[in-house]
Design a protein around this ligand. Structure first.
Ligand code: SF4
Length: 214
């Protein structure tokens, strides 16, 4: 079982300069992975979830710092949805992932957004999620995720709990949707990436929608 609490599909999401020098080859690999992801059998996945068992204990350990890595990676489309619901501005609730990558002018370049934390997730209020209905995929599908098409599990109090057949199917459907979204994000990012150019100053986040200077 995976120790870290929130984990994305690392095979797709680990970006570095050398990978981008092979953009075309990488995109071809991702397109193949996308085909495989679209072909995932949700019924089989639901049965797997059922055999593992899961019932959320409402402990909020996955949102808290003291129980492990509570980092939540978030897509541009998810940022927009939360912004619309909460009327918060992007930079009020997300920040670029820390990075050591610098361009020739010393600006920092990074490839993902994460939810802000004050130790715990900033949306955790009195033990409940303040954006429950619009929470990111990572939170909706926790403690499960797919890697190379296989079901993976993060550490969680709820593993082994009773889960209805209907909830297994909902979770399987969401996991597949998340996995496809992650691959599509990676493809769009690679297609838009134009290198570490100092076209702004400060920190540059490269994502599926282009460059964002902060
Ligand atoms: S967004 Fe909600 S569910 Fe996700 S880590 Fe924050 S409080 Fe927890």
């Amino acid at each position: 079982m995976e120790k870290r609490h929130h984990k994305r599909h690392s095979a797709f999401m680990q970006y570095d300069k050398s990978r981008f020098q092979m953009n075309k080859r990488k995109i071809t690999t991702l397109l193949k992975a996308l085909d495989e992801a679209i072909g995932i059998d949700e019924t089989k996945l639901a049965k797997e979830i059922e055999s593992i068992g899961f019932k959320c204990r409402r402990c909020a350990h996955c949102c808290r710092a003291e129980y492990g890595d509570n980092t939540v990676f978030i897509f541009p489309s998810e940022i927009r949805r939360i912004s619309e619901k909460t009327h918060l501005l992007r930079d009020d609730f997300v920040m670029p992932t820390p990075s050591q990558d610098r361009d020739s002018k010393g600006n920092i370049h990074t490839f993902e957004w994460i939810l802000r934390k004050n130790g715990d997730c900033i949306f955790l209020k009195k033990g409940s999620c303040g954006i429950y209905e619009s929470r990111p995929y990572i939170c909706k599908t926790y403690p499960f995720y797919l890697m190379d098409g296989r079901l993976m599990i993060s550490e969680c109090e709820g593993i082994g709990g009773d889960i209805s057949e209907e909830d297994c199917h909902k979770l399987a459907w969401l996991l597949k949707e998340r996995y496809i979204a992650e691959i599509k994000e990676s493809i769009a990012l690679l297609e838009k990436f134009r290198g570490f150019n100092p076209t702004g100053s400060g920190v540059c986040v490269h994502d599926s929608e282009g460059e964002h200077w902060i």
